[in-house]
Design a protein around this ligand. Structure first.
Ligand SMILES: NC(=O)c1ccc[n+]([C@@H]2O[C@H](COP(=O)([O-])OP(=O)(O)OC[C@H]3O[C@@H](n4cnc5c(N)ncnc54)[C@H](OP(=O)(O)O)[C@@H]3O)[C@@H](O)[C@H]2O)c1
Length: 365
């Protein structure tokens, strides 16, 4: 993916992470709009989001982030402004979502046409944006990794977060009982989503969770890691699955970003090898990328299911705020403030700079 190739006729905006910085250290750059190469399209961004990943990346703590400087932005929704050679020009003007890992925080983003996932017409871009990385992650963990069934009980840590609240909603649709941990101020929302709330700051958190499911649970979804992962594993009923997918508890710990993850992998591998009739997996949204066609087909199917539920009104998007792209620093601060619920969404600036001037399509297609 490219975001900063110079072109003289149109101006794009991109947000650059120059190094490990506080949010105010982000740089706003105006550059020429990038040109799509063979098999690529240029998306005019309509919504991109602030995830936990960007918060980790700005601290240099995301497991496999690129070297600084780079443009962050895990996902986006945008409209095709231009198509590159070999791509059907009829895609121009249509709206798609894409998972990018980095590069999404720009007014214009080049992505491979094969990575586009159609967004239903009835769904606003900001709403769809809240469910790209969150929706894929939640859907795949629930249905592909844990393989839950109606009547199961699961525990979702951080059930009010972006991934967590999506997990709760998808699980409820699948007929699954959900126990969710969250700060007390989010408990009403959890109840609204159909989960049984438990305060994650309760000193007897795991005792309370066991009290609600004395026979153990079918799955635990844990993005917290650290020593608590041992207790998460102990909550499982025989045949149950621990789905670990992050190490949020070590975000502010000094030192290598890889060490906590490698320690976690070692633990999960050991638990899987022991004859305890329980399973432990680390979910990675990028797993299987080496077989790109199968990876993309899975992503399109799974995100398509989530978008269909969104279009049908079966799941609720939660947009915490819409903030112009050039104020990404404010967006990062707001997302971490603990004062808002849902996903903070970045939208295009409405200034003369951001007006995209379409260019004549290159010849030879
Ligand atoms: N492995 C993968 O492929 C993959 C893909 C996507 C996301 N992720 C991971 O998923 C996690 C969540 O991402 P997100 O974007 O959904 O983040 P988010 O919206 O910021 O949500 C994080 C949630 O965690 C809660 N939390 C914080 N500390 C906690 C604790 N000790 N116990 C329980 N809950 C706690 C927060 O609650 P409060 O608001 O009350 O603080 C918040 O609800 C991140 O760690 C991210 O890296 C992994």
């Amino acid at each position: 993916m490219r975001t900063s190739e110079q072109r003289p006729t149109a101006v794009a905006t991109e947000i650059v992470l120059p190094g490990a910085v506080e949010p105010e250290g982000l740089e706003v750059r105006h550059v020429g709009t990038p040109a799509p190469g063979p098999g690529e399209v240029l998306l005019a961004m309509e919504a991109t989001g602030v995830s936990f990943a960007e918060q980790q990346m700005r601290r240099g703590k995301y497991y496999d982030q690129p070297k600084f400087p780079f443009v962050p932005g895990y996902d986006l929704v945008g409209r095709v402004a231009r198509t590159g050679p070999g791509v059907d020009p009829a895609l121009t003007g249509r709206r798609y979502a894409a998972l990018t890992k980095t590069g999404g925080w720009a007014s214009h983003v080049v992505v491979s046409a094969a990575d586009l996932v159609e967004v239903p017409d009835s769904v606003p871009s900001a709403d769809a944006e809240t469910l790209v990385v969150n929706g894929v992650t939640a859907w795949q963990m629930l249905h592909r990794t844990a393989g839950v069934e109606a009547g199961d009980t699961v525990v979702v840590l951080g059930a009010n977060g972006g991934v967590g609240s999506t997990l709760v909603q998808l699980a409820r649709i699948a007929g699954v009982r959900v126990i969710g941990t969250a700060s007390r101020r989010h408990h009403d929302r959890l109840r609204d989503l159909g989960a049984l709330p438990v305060d994650y700051r309760d000193p007897d958190l795991y005792g309370r969770l066991r009290g609600l499911a004395p026979d153990g649970v079918r799955a635990v979804f844990d993005h917290v890691g650290g020593e608590g992962i041992v207790d998460s594993f102990r909550l499982l009923a025989p045949g149950g699955t621990l789905v670990s997918y992050g190490t949020a508890s070590t975000r502010d710990v000094a030192g290598s970003s890889k060490a906590p993850v490698l320690k976690l992998f070692a633990r999960l591998t050991l638990w899987n090898a022991l004859p305890n009739s329980r399973h432990a997996h680390f979910y990675n949204i990028w797993a299987g990328l080496r077989n790109a066609d199968a990876f993309r087909a899975r992503l399109r199917t799974d995100l398509g299911q989530v978008f269909a539920l969104l279009a049908a009104g079966s799941i609720q998007p939660q947009v915490a705020a819409r903030i112009p792209l050039s104020r990404a620093a404010d967006a990062l601060r707001l997302a971490e403030s603990g004062t808002v619920a849902g996903k903070v969404v970045l939208v295009p600036d409405r200034t003369p700079h951001e007006k995209f001037a379409p260019e004549p399509a290159p010849t030879g297609r």
